[in-house]
Design a protein around this ligand. Sequence first.
Ligand code: ADP
Ligand code: MG
Length: 338
Amino acid sequence: MSNVLQTTPHAPAAESPLLDIQHLRKYFGGSSHPVRAVDDVSFTIRQGETLGLVGESGSGKSTIGRLLTRLVDPTEGQMLYHGAGARQDLAALSQAQYRPLRSKIQIIFQDPYASLNPRMRIREVLAEALDTHGLAKGKARLPRIHELLQQVGLRPEHAERFPHEFSGGQRQRIGIARALAVEPTFIVADEPLSALDVSIQAQVVNLLGELKEQLGLTLLFISHDLDVVEYLCDRVVVLYLGRVMEIAPTEALYARPQHPYTRALLAAAPIPDPAQRRSIALLQGDLPSPSNPPSGCVFRTRCPMAEERCASADMQLREVKPDHFHACWKTALTPLSP
Ligand code: ADP
Ligand code: MG
């Protein structure tokens, strides 16, 4: 896998990596049985794509988002960032060295209200974001704030209001405006719809899609809503117990899932009521503890296809079709048809 580190000089724009994540680990707790929240995860985020990150609750999705934004520090591994004209390993930077990159790499959280100071007017919230990176100073300030509000579908007069004066959907728009204020190239959206009424989720999804196109952003979209991921994302990474199970273009993943875990996730029949979209349900059997994961394939204790050899199988990703990777040795030998 060493050649993964090299960038092809003439790679088409759509294929060029923005972030190469290599053997990333995050263990919490220093005991002999730490929580292996992220355990040897490797994948690439390409320039300009929307990459979905899905998996059951506790599979390590948020931890990956927090690692990329350095809200937590990695235990091991590399996060090679190809933006800003140079290649930097985000994992190797000190917090001080990472600071200038903070404007390039932003995160949007599930609950924007929790991260908005209730005593600050929206104008002040956005001004604070601009100030941290010395942007739009003096006379340029207010017009920039108004522009940001308009970009996310709010109005200039909203600048004078306080967070409690907004609906949940509007607050998420403010969260997005705050992320955009610092002119990022890459945004991690960690379950940005989960706190919203279903009726307004579609508006926020469309807004993210539009902004991504307009501003040429790259998006890591973390979600447990399989329908929204299918709609919004170009490719999808499937995570289980801190490990990558499968990576594929969205269409291929949904039409021809190859890993038994992905198959189990997608097997849950679509629910006709659009208000009850397909989302990741807990599978049968207990989720093993991330501080004591099964040997070999970590999914084997819940896998309908498991056999003895799985207990010592390695979990390296195999490319079974162009651009389609998964970690099941069995289905790699005999691909599953839909
Ligand atoms: P997800 O976002 O997929 O639900 P998380 O990344 O939040 O998963 O969590 C992955 C695992 O790491 C879980 O077992 C969780 O309990 C654990 N974890 C997350 N953050 C911490 C922390 N700060 N300290 C200890 N354990 C944590
Ligand atoms: Mg999470």
